[in-house]
Design a protein around this ligand. Sequence first.
Ligand code: SF4
Length: 428
Amino acid sequence: MNEESKTYQNIICTFCGALCDDIEIKVKNNKIENIKNACAISRKKYEHAQKDRTVPQIKGKEVKYNKAVSAAAEILSSSRNPLIYGLSSTTAEAQKAAVELAEKCGANIDSTSSVCHGPGTLAKQLVGMVSATLGEVKNRSDMMIFWGANPVEAHPNHAKRYSILSQGMYRKNRKDREIIVFDVRKTPTAKLADHFFQVKPNSDFEILMALQMLVSGRTPTSEDGRIGGIELVKLKDLAEKMKKVKYGSVFYGMGLTMSRGKYMNTWAAMSLVRNLNDYGRFVMIPMRGHGNVAGSEITMAWQTGYPFAVNFSRNYPRYNPGEFSAVDLLARREVDAAFIIASDPAASLPHEAAEYLKKIPTIVLDPHWNLTTEIADVVIPSAVKGIGASGTVYRMDHVPLQLRKFLDDSWPDDASAVSRIGELIEND
Ligand code: SF4
């Protein structure tokens, strides 16, 4: 039947942590006809959302959906030390169901956070983080610092919706804000900045500590007049400016959390921001990558008390990144089965960890084929979140948003699949 086309307003794009909620989608005959307000990444994702869809499989053979779900339950219930991993591209409802399943199986549960912003979360546990919503930053921030983050390429609508080019209530345009970028190379974001500070690779910690000293009126020593590749005199100028702004904000990316020093880099940045609150208001927001990776930490912390790398083998949650994080468990070959939810570790984890997945029974729950579905023993398809499935997601500033489905999907959503596996294990 040829239906009338229907336009859906304020759809949330779930492809990165900015979760832009102004996408307009025209649908006809259960197909996307037109997309408005989406960035280049988002447009491509929407165009491909209904292509390359998974089907239920066991050992490469197509089976009925329920059979694949039962096979997953069998693998998990017979495993002695399973791993549940991924979770950053699914809804909070599925994340909650995954924690319940982990508890039932005595499993390890970890999200992709442990290989991206996890070190920042460890730093937050040490020193705390002064933060704000993106809306507050857009309306008030007169100095924006991007550290190891390149939103122009990774979060293309961030600049116009929330930061550099946005129209805020009190900061109306680009001229009302001073933009500063710290990075190891001159990125497209750096090209939009008033000041670009080129960081000598792996020197973020030294620079941040030098800024902390300068803000508190002390001068660090340097034989060549530079710290981490940046002239000391320029850092001194910046420290003075930082003390004078009304509302400063730091957006930090994996260039900070994953360079040498890891959580200590973010600890130094958080301590600096905390100290700057003696002079004016200063806040920090992580530039989260996957659509609901912030939600994976929030949901896991709400359910277990810990944000990632949690182990249930003693029937209560234990937390130890480095011991219970997925890369370490796989590289040390300590797990004997894996359930991958909405993630592609075969493409993103270090070779040794990814290779081990081929040696153990691996289940993948994902709407699309990827490198991990290629090596999986069991593949369970699911509805695409934000398109064929509703649910809750958390933006990079921890604001929860409600997804609305606008297409019918052939498969149940992630939360239903994970809960069903849990029920089958219970009934075992
Ligand atoms: S910036 Fe991110 S959330 Fe916004 S439209 Fe682009 S991919 Fe989607």
